[in-house]
Design a protein around this ligand. Structure first.
Ligand SMILES: NC(=O)c1ccc[n+]([C@@H]2O[C@H](COP(=O)([O-])OP(=O)(O)OC[C@H]3O[C@@H](n4cnc5c(N)ncnc54)[C@H](O)[C@@H]3O)[C@@H](O)[C@H]2O)c1
Length: 430
């Protein structure tokens, strides 16, 4: 990979799961690296060389944290040849995209502008946001594209907790407002990334790549979640079936069902496309249905527990149900959009006694460790397939007199658990 580097300084706006590893990478590649965040506590931690969240990539390179000139003062943007925007792009309770963090980041760039700056957006956005919303903020402030600034989009694909793929080796796609901007963006990313970079025909195409990637995943998960509900009735083990189908070496890609989709991307990004297409008169029926199915899974998981308790004639009310795992995926401390939140709220409605335990999120755990957790539960809903849970000897459940288990990630040893006389229900797996 080329390692050409003409610009000297980079500023990253938003030092979260996306922005912080990127800032560290820029610092490692000898860019003078500035980091801007609204969160003073986060900035102070970075200044002290501490990671604000548990992430292997960051923890292994802690020394790079102190190389970042982290600040809450937007004036640092004046020093940067390149500004990369990594602020959140969530949806509201009606699933409508919230663009305020992004537009306020643009206002900060305008107020602290450096001539000829390349502005790269890495936040996930729907096709059209750069041209229709961000570009006008810059132009209306009197800045001229191609002279005062260049605008580009490089959708981030980072997968927190992934030990193989990280900010340095994930291939990227790039789109920019002009050929010169695209060339500048290409040089920058080539200097920090050891992976192929694909140049797209427009910013809109680059924006569309990201929502297509995440919608693809959401739809495939919705498909297997629907199959799981059907196979529960047909008494077919979906996990075994998918493992079987996956032996086909072409034209099949295994996706597995579960207690619902979480995280900052998959349950959020499809709405960006749905809403934008709606404005242009197109109804994304397929995407809407996928979202509906995936959103129904936390309730389905609680219903599965209700069925098991009915079988053993225990009421949900006042029975102690353990929520095993809170984060949306294994071995990370990220709670964003986690199905655990909906599962807990459903259990509360049914007046169950709830005990929560997640070894990665101690502040939301009701017990200090797994041993105490098991001792206190009558039944368990496994929400997160943390290694500590997936490798647990089923005899531990028996020893602690656990009567029923809903395995929300199909990661426990079903046959062994059933042989021990414990009621078991996976998702599409009984
Ligand atoms: N986390 C992921 O796995 C992932 C993967 C790919 C893409 N993305 C996308 O990347 C973007 C960022 O996601 P994230 O997970 O890093 O979010 P995050 O919440 O972890 O971090 C965002 C940071 O931006 C800061 N911030 C918000 N508004 C700001 C402003 N106006 N000025 C300065 N700082 C501001 C927040 O304080 C926070 O520290 C989102 O659009 C997301 O969809 C995330």
């Amino acid at each position: 990979m080329a390692n050409e580097k003409k610009v000297q300084s980079v500023a990253i706006i938003g030092l979260g799961y996306v922005g912080l590893p990127l800032a560290m990478r820029c610092a490692e590649k000898d860019y003078e690296t500035y980091g801007l965040d609204l969160d003073k506590q986060k900035v102070d931690m970075i200044k002290r060389g501490e990671s604000p969240f548990k992430e292997k990539f960051i923890e292994e390179r802690k020394a790079s944290l102190k190389k970042i000139k982290a600040s809450t003062d937007p004036a640092i943007l004046k020093h940067a040849d390149i500004v990369v925007v990594c602020v959140p792009t969530p949806v509201d309770e009606k699933f409508f995209p919230i663009l305020t963090p992004l537009s306020s980041a643009m206002e900060l760039i305008v107020k602290n502008h450096k001539a000829g700056q390349l502005i790269m957006i890495e936040s996930t956005i729907n096709p059209g946001i750069c041209d229709e919303i961000l570009m006008p903020i810059l132009v209306q402030a009197g800045l001229k594209e191609g002279a005062d600034f260049f605008l580009g989009h490089c959708p981030e694909r980072i997968n927190p907790g992934d030990i193989k793929w990280n900010v340095s080796n994930i291939p990227r796609v790039l789109g920019a407002s002009s050929p010169k901007g695209l060339e500048m963006a290409k040089k920058f990313y080539e200097s920090i990334i050891d992976a192929p970079i694909k140049l797209m025909g427009s910013i809109k195409e680059a924006e569309a790549c990201k929502v297509v990637e995440n919608s693809f995943r959401d739809i495939n998960i919705a498909f297997v979640n629907e199959l799981a509900k059907s196979f529960d009735k047909l008494e077919i083990d979906i996990k075994n079936v998918i493992d079987g189908a996956a032996t086909k070496p072409f034209a099949f890609m295994a996706h597995y069902p579960g207690r619902g989709v979480g995280g900052h991307c998959i349950p959020v990004d499809p709405y960006y496309l749905i809403e934008r297409a709606k404005e242009s008169g197109f109804d994304h029926k397929f995407l809407r249905t996928a979202r509906e199915i995936n959103n129904s899974m936390p309730n389905y998981t609680v219903e599965a527990m209700q069925d098991l308790l009915n079988e053993i004639k225990l009421p949900m009310k006042d029975t102690t149900i353990g929520v095993m795992g809170l984060s949306y995926k294994a071995n990370v401390d990220d709670l964003r959009e986690s199905p655990a939140i909906k599962i807990i709220s459903e259990l509360k409605k049914k007046k169950a006694k709830i005990i929560r335990y997640d070894p990665f999120i101690k502040k939301m755990s009701d017990v200090p460790d797994l041993k105490t957790f098991l001792k206190k539960c009558t039944a368990i809903i496994l929400v997160t397939n943390h290694s500590e849970f997936a490798t647990l000897d089923p005899k531990e459940f028996k020893k602690n007199n656990i009567k029923a288990i809903v395995d929300g990630m199909n990661c426990l040893e079903k046959e062994k658990i059933k042989k021990l006389g414990i009621k078991y229900h996976g998702i599409g797996r009984k």
